[in-house]
Design a protein around this ligand. Structure first.
Ligand SMILES: C[S@@+](CC[C@H](N)C(=O)[O-])C[C@H]1O[C@@H](n2cnc3c(N)ncnc32)[C@H](O)[C@@H]1O
Length: 336
């Protein structure tokens, strides 16, 4: 496992870079599998290379993408209440931490009552992880960081057993919505196995709402979301020798109301042949053919509570933003 330990002010940082070791071969295999399947699909975790992470940060600033602002509103207002039920919490874990901007409210609330905190972020994007770790360490001298650049489950599996004392796990940004229901259960059960009875999970989940708001959130007028999604094709060009014409694909984001899910697709705007030399693969696209890029499931509080119960958690409290668009849910790990 590649491990980075730095000197000076960054002596409080250790990064375990698993993504560097496993990433390229898995990316190649998943692109081959996804583009050879019918219908075609690509996987959302590959949206987040270094450029993709920066494009996601830009999405958080467009008018239509409300989830980040709504969740930030909740965390800013309620972080102290959230951590009050986890006294003496010395370990904060976050899956898919990204820029960790919203995490600051939780870190600050915890540091009001204690003089040290271990933060364990896991993110597939090594660049986002390194940048956010540096920023947090500069801001909080009481913080130590042990970061994992890895897929969520790989990062969880690689972690040392948790130190004694209560732990809080964060899964923010409605990342849970990227999983199909069965995958979400598997994932939450893996989190539960890592935690001990009484530990807590704070889960950020976007709520079901009207179609216009949801479809605009995933297809903003400025085109930042399109750039973010098309970047996965650009990444295939850069890393696998693809020749995708990026202007030949349009973004389609459609709310499937019965499934409670925004489906994000790229649509081939003409019939075309794409070759990926690194995979020795040629793929034909019909005009109008779709590549499925991500699912973004939306929730209601009863559904979240049921998901928690099926995976060994009890929903203790839910906070909403003022406009009731987004939910922050504090789950307690039940006795095994
Ligand atoms: C939608 S962004 C949310 C970032 C941040 N949590 C927030 O709420 O603003 C998703 C984050 O999860 C990371 N990510 C996505 N899929 C992942 C996976 N399978 N394993 C680890 N990290 C993943 C991305 O790199 C990105 O930083």
């Amino acid at each position: 496992m590649a491990q980075t330990k730095t000197e000076g002010p960054l002596a409080r940082l250790v990064i375990h870079d698993l993504a560097h070791r496993n990433g390229p071969a898995e990316f190649a295999a998943d692109v081959r599998r996804g583009l050879s399947s019918n219908p075609k699909q690509l996987f959302p975790k590959y949206l987040y290379d270094s450029l993709g992470s920066r494009l996601f940060d830009a999405i958080c600033h467009v008018d239509e993408y409300y989830p980040t602002r709504a969740e930030n509103e909740i965390l800013t207002r309620h972080a102290e209440e959230m951590v009050a039920g986890i006294p003496d919490c010395r370990t904060l874990i976050e899956l898919g931490s990204g820029s960790a901007e919203k995490t600051r409210s939780i870190i600050e609330a915890l540091l009001l009552h204690q003089t040290e905190l271990l933060f364990i972020p896991v993110d597939i994007s090594a660049s986002a992880l390194e940048k956010s770790s540096r920023t947090l360490l500069a801001a909080y001298p009481a913080l130590r960081i042990e970061a994992y650049a890895a897929d969520y489950l790989e990062g969880l599996a690689a972690m040392q057993p948790l130190a004694p004392g209560p732990a809080l796990m964060l899964f923010l940004g409605s990342n849970i919505g990227n999983f199909e229901k069965a995958e979400a259960l598997t994932f939450l059960r893996a989190i539960r196995r890592m935690l001990r009875p009484g530990d807590a999970l704070l889960l950020g989940a976007d709520l079901k709402k009207d179609r216009a708001t949801l479809e605009a959130a995933y297809n903003d007028a400025l085109g930042v979301t399109r750039a973010f999604i098309v970047n996965e094709l650009a990444r295939i060009n850069r890393e696998l020798g693809g020749n995708f014409d990026l202007w030949a694909f349009g973004l389609r984001s459609v709310y499937n109301e019965s499934a409670g899910c925004v489906e994000v697709f790229l649509e081939s705007l003409r019939s075309q042949l794409v070759t990926i030399s690194g995979l020795k693969l040629s793929i034909t696209f019909q005009a109008g053919e779709l590549i499925h890029m991500e699912h973004c499931y939306k929730f209601d509080v009863d559904g979240l509570s049921a998901l928690g119960l099926q995976s060994g958690f009890r929903l203790e409290r839910t906070w909403l933003d003022e406009r009731q668009r987004f939910s922050s849910n504090l789950f307690r790990a039940a006795d095994s």
